[in-house]
Design a protein around this ligand. Structure first.
Ligand SMILES: Cc1cc2nc3c(=O)[nH]c(=O)nc-3n(C[C@H](O)[C@H](O)[C@H](O)COP(=O)(O)O)c2cc1C
Length: 303
């Protein structure tokens, strides 16, 4: 059996497989199907300071190899999570609290509230910034750095992961901006903005009009972005986007990721994460890889 453990900002994960934010709730439903303590960590549903009801339905549209979602950060609020789910989830595995806000102050406050309570904080910076007329914090390198700095200033004990948006001009620049702002780790990618049309009604399928595109179809773009971002920073990288099996996860590790997150595939197959962990073990054994951590960043370009 290979050693699947990986170290992320001084924290050891038993393996590199993490369900992605928004696709796993707080883990309770999945724990009915398998013991989630087998996971390297869990990234929580996106948390905000106040509870949010989310967007009107329909919120999900299915495409070929992809889905679009406009869930709109439905969540019970960070305090509810701390009171009802956190202790249970921490008794199972490492916890990454995924957090969001619409102002810099929101980001600072939610980080201060969660500091020292979870193993990591993951900053979702794909949310509309009220000050920038609704443009997401994660679009421009300047605002990536600014929001990262505010989060960093409000965290004394917890490593900070900044989750990058792919809807940008230059992913390497945004990755570097997150590191300059004080990120201990970066994760990518969040969803691509998309539009699905109900051609009979000549209207968007989603009530929100546009939604975030995720799933198997985005994987080659995500792998390319992880490669470019990981070359631009010295902090560790968590890769995600369209992972469906162990081989997909290995692509991300070779492209530069230390760990991976699995999102949409949890909807297709609720046992996706444990199957990927098992598949990583088998793959490593077959190819004589003693430590999975040795695969990170080993991709060599042609020519
Ligand atoms: C229904 C749904 C809800 C999501 N909610 C969040 C969220 O709250 N915070 C966040 O950072 N990312 C969220 N994401 C993005 C995923 O965590 C992930 O970055 C993205 O889906 C790409 O991975 P995948 O192709 O494996 O799904 C959500 C994705 C989906 C499909």
């Amino acid at each position: 059996m290979a050693d699947l453990s990986v170290a992320l900002c001084g924290v050891t994960l038993k393996n590199p497989v993490i369900p992605a934010s928004g696709t796993f709730g707080f883990g309770r439903e999945f724990n009915e199907l398998y013991d989630i303590s087998c996971l390297g960590a869990v990234a929580t549903k996106g948390l905000t300071l106040a509870p949010r009801a989310g967007n009107p339905v329909p919120r999900i549209a299915e495409g070929r190899g992809v889905i679009l979602n406009a869930v709109g950060l439905q969540n019970p609020g960070a305090e509810y999570f701390i009171e009802h789910d956190l202790a249970w989830l921490r008794s199972k595995t490492r916890v990454i609290a995924n957090v969001a806000g619409s102002t810099l102050r929101d980001y600072g406050e939610i980080c201060a509230l969660l500091d020292g309570k979870t193993d990591f904080i993951e900053l979702n910076i794909s949310c509309p910034n009220v000050r920038c007329g609704g443009m997401a914090f994660g679009i421009r390198p300047e605002s990536v750095k600014e929001v990262t700095k505010i989060a960093r200033e409000n965290l004394q004990k917890t490593p900070l992961i900044v989750k990058l948006s792919p809807n940008v001009e230059n992913i390497a620049k945004n990755a570097a901006a997150a590191e300059e702002g004080g990120a201990d780790c970066i994760s990518l990618i969040n969803t691509f903005t998309g539009l699905a049309v109900d051609i009979r009604r000549r209207r968007p399928i989603l009530a929100n009009n546009t939604g975030g595109v995720s799933g198997a179809g985005i994987r080659p773009i995500a792998v390319r972005m992880v490669y470019e971002a990981s070359r631009a920073v010295s902090v560790p990288v968590i890769g995600m986007g369209g992972i469906t099996c162990a081989e997909d996860a290995i692509e991300f590790l070779m492209a530069g990721a230390t760990a991976v997150q699995v999102g949409t595939q949890n909807f297709t197959d609720a046992l996706a994460c444990p199957k990927i962990i098992e598949g990583l073990n088998e793959w490593c054994d077959f190819y004589g890889i003693g430590r999975i951590a040795s695969l990170t960043g080993t991709l060599q370009l042609n020519g």
